[in-house]
Design a protein. Structure first.
Length: 235
């Protein structure tokens, strides 16, 4: 009996560091953080909890733990929702950027009115204006980027005179201008980027090839005109 008692004491001594040692936490910034020894009871220990999908933890030793989220700044943030366009079919296709002043810019397609709209949030309220109407019918997809001068570059696809058309739009901080880039673009997803000279480059699918287009294309602007390259030929 005494032998079993001695063994039990030795095992408890050996196990105690694992139960009481200081926990080392690795946060999202790769910094080590320490928490005090934790003694906790989880209730209930089995079965469904009451009051929703929650679990209750009681105990001590949690005072050193920091609550952080994936924003990587160690601060817990709360989401705030606001509506910038209440009209029918607004926002199905949209793109968002933030300028150097912290103002949000959203370009979106308003399907109910067949419009491309630009909404700006200045930190207090939204202001939404029409950029232009779609082509002969609906507009598809929209993608936008912002350059070093806080100027916006956006593109979308539509039908113009029943041709599948890629349209480029530019906002200089005051007014929007637009131009047709290609009348041989499949309506659907596109992509846009600007280079170090703030010149736009747009990826799109050529028309044809059923629903998915007929090969991947790139339209690049050099400051004076558009040039076109075939990235991947279609069927």
């Amino acid at each position: 009996m005494r032998a079993w008692f001695v063994i039990a004491v030795l095992l408890s001594v050996l196990a105690s560091p694992m139960l009481t040692q200081t926990s080392i936490l690795d946060d999202s910034d790769d910094n080590l953080r320490y928490s005090s020894p934790t003694q906790a009871i989880i209730s209930p220990t089995s079965g469904w909890t009451s009051g929703g999908q929650e679990i209750t933890i009681t105990g001590s030793g949690f005072s050193d733990l920091a609550f952080s989220n994936t924003t990587n700044d160690g601060i817990n943030h709360q989401w705030v929702e606001s509506t910038l366009d209440y009209t029918d079919q607004a926002g199905r296709f949209n793109s968002i950027v933030m300028d150097s002043n912290g103002h949000l810019h959203v370009v979106h397609i308003n399907g109910g009115n067949y419009q491309i709209r630009h909404s700006i949030y200045d930190g207090t309220s939204w202001n939404s204006v029409k950029i232009q109407d779609c082509g002969s019918t609906y507009c598809w997809d929209v993608h936008m980027v912002i350059d070093d001068n806080d100027e916006l570059h956006a593109a979308y696809t539509t039908y113009t005179s029943w041709s599948e058309t890629l349209v480029y739009m530019h906002y200089d901080g005051t007014i929007w201008t637009s131009e047709e880039v290609s009348s041989n673009a499949n309506v659907g997803p596109i992509g846009i980027a600007v280079d170090s000279n703030n010149h736009p480059h747009i990826s799109y699918a050529a028309s044809g090839g059923e629903q998915c287009g007929d090969g991947l294309r790139i339209a690049s602007h050099d400051g004076s005109s558009w040039a076109y390259d075939v990235v991947e030929a279609g069927n």
